[in-house]
Design a protein around this ligand. Structure first.
Ligand code: NDP
Length: 315
């Protein structure tokens, strides 16, 4: 068993920024950073699955996602953050100190920061792992810029897909919106905007069966589910926008969450409904979902934690 003032669960931009701040406040946090073999719980979070990041302030020439996360981790380690490269497997927040298990090993903490992030739902195609970051993307805000004057596609029929398709027309020459049914789930106003956009072509009743290309996307094999017609869309970019899922299974029935599983934090703070447990990053944000907003909320969580510990004089 080991005791820490702060245990941080999750190591994306939110968790690592919380680690930098709490380490610099002499709180010697333990970061349970995740499992390297996993695609949902990998140390470093979603940025480990991207290539170039051009919108993180301070990197005018861009930086690779994994490189950015390695640097954040080094920065936290420099000030005394400890890392455990495993996944938290069970928790008990019913009394203090809080308990977090990593398999059979128990770690206790005066305060907890939850930063387990979220994952984009994917299509389940074998080619996805090969092409993610190489033409296949889950974030239009992040990657749209790379597809200037190219033909691309977006998969999905909800607000995210329609919003991303509309946004991507700023860059792409044409955006095919691939919808599996004959109607959109997106709100009326977003639908109207997309339907009126001459650069967006709706591809109804269609699913993606395969992605072509070895080191970069060369086309998407699509199938009309009504006619059975199979064809290849000549796209160099494909954005999957079929929803996100927060990594909150561990906290079900423990922390207050919305119907969609995102943790609820008190507005403008990182406080959850359990005193001494804080949350930051995508696990509690389904609106912005950016590395920089996650990092910002990680900073908030560390400051909230530090002040809470001070007021509750844990040692
Ligand atoms: P949603 O769950 O609303 O929509 C997911 C879409 O993806 C649906 O059209 C669904 O199809 C489709 N889909 C799901 N799985 C597959 C699959 N395997 N293959 C092909 N298509 C698939 O997710 P969103 O991310 O769009 O939105 C999440 C929430 O966030 C919503 O409440 C939304 O309103 C909100 N939001 C609001 C925005 C805004 O107001 N500006 C912007 C973005 C999101 P089907 O319809 O057939 O189930």
């Amino acid at each position: 068993m080991s005791h820490h003032q702060v245990v941080i669960i999750g190591s994306g931009p939110a968790g690592l920024t919380a680690a930098i701040y709490s380490a610099r406040a002499n709180l010697a946090p333990l970061v349970i950073e995740g499992e390297p073999s996993s695609t949902s719980d990998q140390p470093g979070g979603q940025l480990m699955l991207t290539t170039e990041v051009e919108n993180f302030p301070g990197f005018p020439d861009g930086i690779m996602g994994p490189e950015l996360m390695i640097r954040m981790r080094e920065q936290a380690a420099r000030f005394g953050a400890e890392f455990l490269t495993e996944k938290a497997t069970a928790i008990d927040f019913s009394e203090r100190p809080f308990k977090v298990w990593v398999r059979e090993t128990l770690h206790t903490a005066d305060a907890i920061i939850v930063s387990t992030g979220a994952q984009s739902l994917m299509l389940g195609l074998e080619a996805e792992s090969r092409l993610l970051g190489h033409g296949l993307s889950t974030c239009a805000t992040c990657d749209g810029f790379f597809f200037r004057n190219q033909e691309i596609a977006v998969v999905g029929g909800g607000d995210s897909a329609v919003e991303e398709a509309t946004f991507l027309t700023k860059f792409a020459s044409k955006v095919s919106l691939i919808v599996r049914r004959d109607e959109l789930r997106a709100s009326k106003i977003m639908q109207e905007r997309a339907l009126a956009n001459p650069k967006i072509e709706l591809v109804w009743n269609t699913v993606v069966d395969d992605l072509l290309g070895t080191d970069k996307l060369d086309g998407a094999v699509v199938r009309n589910v009504v006619t059975g017609d199979v064809r290849t869309l000549p796209v160099t970019g494909l954005f999957v926008a079929i929803g996100h899922r927060p990594n909150t299974d561990l906290f079900k029935g423990v922390l207050a969450m919305e119907d969609n599983g995102y943790l609820i934090t008190r507005p403008g703070t990182s406080y959850t409904d359990i005193d001494g447990v804080f949350a930051c990053g995508d696990v509690q944000d389904h609106t912005y979902r950016q590395a920089i907003t996650a990092a910002g909320s990680g900073c908030m969580a560390a400051i909230d934690t530090e002040r809470w510990l001070e007021a509750n004089h844990h040692s």
